[in-house]
Design a protein around this ligand. Structure first.
Ligand SMILES: Cc1ncc(COP(=O)(O)O)c(C=O)c1O
Length: 376
């Protein structure tokens, strides 16, 4: 049996008529860029997130750096995030001309460690960028407190956690802006690339709307900007999918529960940790081998046995080529937990259309690893 990592086509088939109808409407409207469907999706997204403004952009990376620019951040400004996030979090800082400061993550959740953030603050620090890694919110109350104490912006990287919340806090409630990605593999994904920013600040909304459209909010009048818009076709697809997001995250949570139950007692693994009261939406279900030396062997074994497992992310940002990109990045050591995460993580298949049979098969194959580790 083969268990795929992604279920994009299965998901499309489950709501095909809704997506097709929305796409047809856009195609026949003749309005494809900054048209009525984008406006409608932005309103739906803002209502869903419980904020005043949502702005669709080209992708999640643009969402981040356009937000940094809208906040007036640039050369000489330091932005803090964790070293074990997707590369784009730091890349967006570099694009905006800022310096990324990489700190350690928490030993259990793998989200940013507030104590490490405090140690990284200098006179040049301007913002903290917590990532809601794998689908679980970063500890936003602690982050908010640090930001208040030091007068810093907070921008949430929510690319992996749409529909998550913390213990009595919502995404967006304790920050200046939230950035998200709609690339197909995300929990809310379009057939291609997409992204959005949501915020309660009118100045961020106004600035990003201009920046994404060649610095223009009036025909023929421009200041410097870029071209990063969410196309109406993508907005129409996302509108159809947004209606199902709660049900899909519910199913992800259920599947995560099955994995956790089924893998109980595997003393060669660490399983995901969910903070009490948090809604972890399991964009990824990431296990870690207790011994980092086992990771590549186990990954190999899983793939050979039909389980399309992957790694997120096997190379921490400060170990990527060219780091620190001139002087545009630095680390605040130690990065013990971020490095352990990179060297031992394995993501098991996780999407809401996984079948019971696929889940149980994956559990069986993982559990059998100690008996089969020496298979040729
Ligand atoms: C944590 C995180 N930040 C940023 C991004 C960038 O989003 P995009 O690929 O849409 O540019 C991604 C994913 O791709 C991500 O996982």
């Amino acid at each position: 049996m083969k268990v795929p990592f992604y279920g994009h086509v299965r998901q499309y088939q489950s709501i095909k008529s809704e997506i097709d109808a929305n796409m047809q409407e856009v195609i026949l409207s003749g309005q494809y860029v900054q048209g009525p469907r984008l406006k409608r999706f932005e309103e739906e997204l803002a209502a869903y997130a419980g904020v005043k403004y949502a702005i669709g952009v080209g992708n999640g990376t643009d969402a981040l750096w356009l937000t940094f620019m809208a906040l007036g951040l640039g050369s000489g400004d330091e932005l803090i995030t964790n070293a074990n996030t997707f590369f784009a979090t730091a890349e967006a800082m570099w694009i905006a001309g800022c310096t990324s400061v990489l700190v350690d993550c928490d030993q259990k959740t793998r989200c940013i460690d507030p104590e490490a953030v405090k140690k990284a603050i200098t006179k040049r620090t301007k913002a903290i960028v917590p990532v809601h890694l794998y689908g679980q919110c970063a500890p936003m109350r602690e982050i908010r407190k640090i930001a208040d104490d030091y007068g810093l912006f907070v921008v949430e990287d929510n690319a992996q956690a749409i529909d998550a919340h913390g213990d009595n806090f919502k995404v967006g409630e304790l920050s200046d802006a939230v950035c998200t990605s709609f690339i197909i593999q995300k929990n809310l994904g379009t057939f291609g690339d997409g992204g959005a920013i949501w915020t309660n600040h009118q100045y961020i909304n106004d600035k990003v709307r201009k920046l994404r459209n060649h610095g223009s909010n009036k025909r023929d009048v421009h200041s410097m900007g870029y071209n990063s818009r969410l196309d109406d076709l993508h907005a129409a697809i996302l509108s159809a999918k947004l209606k199902h997001i709660k049900e899909w995250s519910g199913r992800r949570i259920e599947i995560a529960g099955r994995y956790t139950e089924g893998l109980k007692g595997c003393d060669f693994l660490d399983l995901p940790y969910v903070r009490p009261g948090y809604r972890h939406v399991f964009h990824l279900y990431v296990i870690e081998t207790k011994d980092p030396a086992d990771r590549d062997k186990m990954l190999d074994y899983l793939v050979k046995n039909g389980i399309d497992a992957k790694t997120h992310y096997s190379i921490a940002i400060h170990k990527q080529e060219g780091f620190p990109w001139g002087k545009d990045a630095r680390v605040v050591s130690p990065l013990t937990h971020a490095e352990k995460n990179a060297s031992s993580c394995i993501s098991l298949p996780m999407f809401s259309e996984l079948t019971e049979e696929e889940i149980q098969h994956t559990i069986r194959v993982v559990r059998d690893w100690p008996n089969r580790r020496n298979d040729k």
